[in-house]
Ligand binder design. Structure first.
Ligand SMILES: Nc1ncnc2c1ncn2[C@@H]1O[C@H](COP(=O)(O)OP(=O)(O)O)[C@@H](O)[C@H]1O
Ligand SMILES: [Mg+2]
Length: 509
């Protein structure tokens, strides 16, 4: 066979596979185009999980009547001129292939009007084949309707998941953009039913509207020479859900996700990173959702620090201010089940998990010591500990973090001789203490996760009886921590009930 150029229709069909994976990827491209066109109102409709219909109407700039055919041909974009532009992209789109790909694998229609023109244009393309282009009455902006996705690629169509799963992906895309663009109006209609109508609001309001289970949102912010991190998390909503943005783009990055959940556990979060454009590469994936960092370590460190220092809960904040007398409005009601300290403060009743609070205190103490010259250690008369094969292997991986945390030891013929321990371990059952540390699960062998476990070992247990004075001093230390909301593993430290809510429940006004 001789070499020949593939017909454009076929090229588009092949390329479509890269950009268009499923209905949600179509929605993503259409939303991005609307936002790039400066729309501030986006009306979205889907049917049958997007398999039957995906529609986005916007009030953006519209497309010039002479450019309409260009819009659906490959590598046509109004967004960049030169290669250098690739490094300072401020629009979502730039590859100029989304509409070409989408229209190659669907029944595609586009209606658009720019404000300078009295009439709009309507274009119809079916499976990459041009059907018609005509004048039409239209409001300013663009409406794209994508029907019967993959109708001409039955194999791809068969690989789509259930309507429900596809709809979940669609919701995820909708949330990603609706959260970031809280200053814009969005509506979402699913199978004829309008399920969201969002008016301009601030980010917090938008998050709470989209995720009603979020009651309290804790904000955080951190900055260094590399960049800036800010965002929110909610210990109320233990969903494992999270949204990450880099320079305004929603992204996925499994390592970042892992780091965040090692700090926040399953708490819901939204996190915004701002990094210099040259340090991030969005171009690795045609649909630009995965990112790569030129240097990833510093980015991870930045995020870690931000989360470690994340904000104190606003309600308690005034307590650490010198003007408010400790013990004033802050009333310790008692301890229940030897597990929770119960406190009344400012119209709310707090149930504070004493073990988790104590873990947070010890963790921060250890971390501070470690970072400022090291954790003091204390020589002891050698304690002998026999390790089985598995424990030996594990211990070998952990030996350097053990050293850094103030332990000293020798391992000989499967027996561990412990000769020094961190001063905080004074008076403990060293054998049990060290065994627990060896047997713990570590998300990564790093000093921070080790100190997390060490803190846990040093902490007040659930079941320990606390006297008033002990409870008071625990509370005081806890309020002074950098992050009183979550334990080092990401578990929430307290649960609170507004007295208002209690009144409502018992019918008191
Ligand atoms: N909703 C819209 N409003 C205005 N112009 C649009 C819209 N959607 C697409 N366009 C125009 O069509 C072009 C091609 O879109 P697309 O294939 O998504 O490529 P890209 O977004 O990478 O430029 C865009 O550059 C833009 O000029
Ligand atoms: Mg685009």
């Amino acid at each position: 066979m001789r070499i020949k150029k593939l017909p454009e229709g076929l090229i588009n069909k092949i390329a479509a596979g890269e950009v268009v994976e499923r209905p949600a990827s179509v929605l993503k491209e259409l939303i991005e185009n609307s936002l790039d066109a400066q729309a501030d109102t986006l009306q979205i409709a889907v049917e049958k999980g997007g398999k039957k219909l995906i529609e986005v109407r916007d009030n953006g700039t519209g497309i010039h009547p002479d450019d309409i055919m260009e819009a659906v041909s490959r590598f046509s974009t109004s967004k960049i001129d030169s290669f250098d532009d690739l490094y300072c992209i401020t629009t979502y789109g730039f590859r100029g292939e989304a509409l070409a790909s989408i229209s190659a694998v669907s029944r595609f229609s586009l209606i658009t009007r720019q404000k300078e023109f009295p009439l709009g244009k309507e274009l119809f393309v079916e499976g990459g084949v041009f059907r018609h282009l005509s004048d039409t009455g239209a409001s300013v902006g663009t409406a794209v309707r994508v029907r019967d996705l993959f109708f001409n690629l039955p194999v791809r169509e068969r690989f789509l998941k259930s309507e429900r799963t596809e709809l979940n992906h669609i919701m995820d895309v909708f949330f990603r953009y609706a959260i970031y663009h809280s200053d814009k109006r969005f509506s979402l209609t699913v199978d004829g039913k309008q399920i969201y109508t969002l008016l301009p609001e601030n980010t917090e309001e938008r998050i709470k509207r989209l995720f009603p289970k979020v009651e309290q949102l804790i904000s955080f912010e951190w900055e260094n020479q590399l960049g800036r991190v800010s965002g929110y998390y909610s210990p109320d909503y233990q969903s494992g859900k999270g949204f990450i943005y880099i320079n305004g783009r929603p992204v996925k990055n499994s390592m970042l996700k892992k780091i965040i959940s090692s700090k926040l556990g399953n708490s819901f979060y939204v996190i915004f990173l701002e990094l210099p454009p040259y340090s991030v590469d969005f171009n690795i994936h045609p649909s630009k959702i995965d990112v790569k960092f030129r240097k990833d370590r510093p980015v991870y460190e930045l995020v870690k620090t931000a989360l470690e220092k994340s904000g104190k809960p606003q309600v308690f904040y005034s307590l650490s201010q010198p003007s408010v007398k400790y013990g004033g409005e802050f009333k310790i009601l008692g301890q229940i089940e030897n597990t929770f300290i119960v406190v009344y403060y400012n119209g709310e009743v707090y149930f504070i998990d004493q073990h988790v609070a104590s873990e947070r205190i010890n963790y921060e103490l250890l971390l501070k010591k470690y970072r400022s010259g090291g954790i003091d250690s204390e020589a002891i008369s050698p304690v002998k500990l026999k390790l089985d094969k598995l424990q030996q292997e594990k211990f070998e991986q952990l030996s350097s973090v053990f050293k850094n945390a103030g332990f000293d030891f020798k391992l000989k013929d499967g027996t561990l001789y412990i000769t020094a321990v961190p001063v905080y371990a004074r008076g403990r059952d060293i054998k049990k203490f060290v065994l627990n540390l060896i047997n713990s699960e570590y998300p990564e062998v790093e000093i921070e996760s080790f100190l997390g476990e060490l803190a846990c070992e040093l902490s007040v247990e659930a079941g320990d009886i606390l006297h008033d004075e002990e409870a008071k001093s625990l509370l005081k230390l806890w309020l002074e921590t950098d992050n009183p909301n979550l334990c080092p593993h990401g578990r929430p430290i307290y649960y609170k009930i507004p007295v208002e809510q209690i009144k409502k429940k018992v019918g008191r006004r």
